[in-house]
Design a binder for this molecule. Structure first.
Ligand code: ZN
Ligand code: ZN
Length: 65
């Protein structure tokens, strides 16, 4: 799964695990700025390791399309 911000593989900045949505709900949450996504490996709020994009549910400036 690619980061919606930098379009590179989305890797958790906390544990360096590549994030893969396990369900359709997870996948949708990735594209909804209001919905927080946590890493399934370390349970930390998901942050893109490459660009720093946070999927914490409180950033609304990304993901226009
Ligand atoms: Zn990114
Ligand atoms: Zn993690």
């Amino acid at each position: 799964m690619n980061c919606v911000s930098c379009d590179r593989p989305l890797i958790c900045s906390s544990c360096s695990t590549a994030f893969a949505p396990k369900s359709e709900a997870d996948y949708r949450a990735m594209h909804e700025p209001e919905t927080a996504v946590v890493c399934p490996e370390c349970a930390a709020p998901l942050v893109c390791r490459l660009c720093g994009r946070a999927y914490s549910g409180d950033e609304g400036e990304f993901g226009e399309e």
